[in-house]
Design a protein around this ligand. Structure first.
Ligand code: NAD
Ligand code: UDP
Length: 310
């Protein structure tokens, strides 16, 4: 049995990770400040004696004896990370320093939930890990993009300078049950709008693309990465390479929900990336991992969840 700290454990991805690692017989410390996460996401785990819930903000140090750390604490949806951009930057940078300090002291292995946003509005397509990206350092997305880039730097420097055992994953757009319905991300927005027969809000022309990964696939990739040999530190892309325009996504959701919703077109937010698709060759080779759940099936499962809560 390992003692595992999951920061941001009450969030969308964190709650699935807590559940998986708990079911595998580990002792879990779920740390969260509930900014975008919710106790309802992990309520079903509270009776398990191997599950511990800690209200804490990771911008201040946290002390515990642990074997592994998954650092997920950070708002992920643009409206939430732009709500208090200075706090977002603090969460990324102080959060990385505090969890890395803990890993250094306890000799724990530590995994950073980085993001495809480190590639910015990418010119290289699909995105391969060796691409340095095209990021605006002074725009409205910068607090998140540059915060995540700085945390990758901190991870690499703690590794080079102090020999901390690190793992960096770059997560591409992930969706599934337990996304916050008010999160503002495209999959949750479109599903909630379609289920309520409200207008579907397409930003810009809707021709921009994303590649959507179902959460169970991501959890498989993340846990494989943590268990991989120490010499493989990443960064490694984890995402589903099937790429869709936002118009195609809206169409699929309307079809599955049999919705009467109409499309409306709103202004495109600043610095919104035009295209995004992961090259997952490295994950295939090093982790023997590839996503199994395709959009149609994943959307059906996610729609069932939203139908049950709204
Ligand atoms: P989420 O917003 O549901 O989860 C983030 C969690 O972190 C929430 O529970 C929130 O309350 C908590 N948190 C935020 N600031 C904190 C702080 N200062 N101290 C303690 N807890 C704090 O988002 P998610 O989709 O589950 O994302 C989890 C991680 O994965 C994030 O780091 C995000 O950047 C990364 N990621 C997600 C995606 C995606 O598509 N979902 C893509 C790339 C990267
Ligand atoms: N988007 C949209 N309508 C919405 C929410 C988002 O058209 O109601 C678009 C957004 O402009 C972006 C894409 O969907 O081009 C993905 O947005 P999301 O916020 O989910 O993730 P990110 O931009 O961080 O990849």
């Amino acid at each position: 049995m390992k003692r595992i700290l999951i920061t941001g454990g009450a969030g969308f991805i964190g709650s699935h990770l807590c559940e998986r690692l708990l079911n595998e017989g580990n002792d879990i410390i779920c740390l969260d400040n509930y900014f975008t996460g919710n106790k309802d996401n992990i309520r079903h785990l509270l009776d398990n004696h191997n599950f511990e819930l800690v209200r804490h903000d990771i911008i201040t140090p946290y002390y515990a004896e642990v074997d592994e750390i998954y650092n997920l604490a950070c708002p992920a949806s643009p409206p939430h990370y732009q709500y208090n951009p200075i706090k977002t930057m603090k969460t990324s940078i102080y959060g990385a320093m505090n969890t890395l300090g803990l890993a250094k002291r306890t000799n724990a292995k530590i995994l950073q939930a980085s993001t495809s946003e480190v590639y910015g509005d990418p010119i290289i397509h699909p995105q391969v890990e060796s691409y340095w990206g095209n990021v605006n350092p002074i725009g409205i997305r910068s607090c998140y993009d540059e915060g995540k880039r700085a945390s990758e730097t901190l991870f690499m420097d703690y590794h080079r300078q102090n020999g901390v055992k690190i793992k960096i994953i770059r997560i591409f757009n992930t969706y599934g049950p337990r996304m916050n319905p008010n999160d503002g991300r495209v999959v949750s927005n479109f599903i909630v709008q379609a289920l309520k027969n409200e207008d579907i809000t397409i930003f810009g022309t809707g021709e921009q693309t994303r590649s959507f990964q179902y959460v169970d696939d991501l959890i498989n990739g993340m846990t494989r990465m943590m268990q991989s040999e120490d010499s493989f530190i990443g960064p490694v892309n984890l995402g589903n390479p099937n790429e869709f325009t936002m118009l195609e996504l809206a169409q699929k959701i309307i079809e599955i929900t049999n919705s009467k919703s109409k499309l409306i077109f709103l202004p495109l937010p600043g610095d919104d990336p035009k295209q995004r698709q992961p090259d997952i060759t490295l994950a295939k080779n090093k982790l023997d991992w590839s996503p199994k759940i395709q959009l149609q099936d994943g959307l059906k499962r996610t729609i069932e969840y939203f139908d049950s809560i709204i």
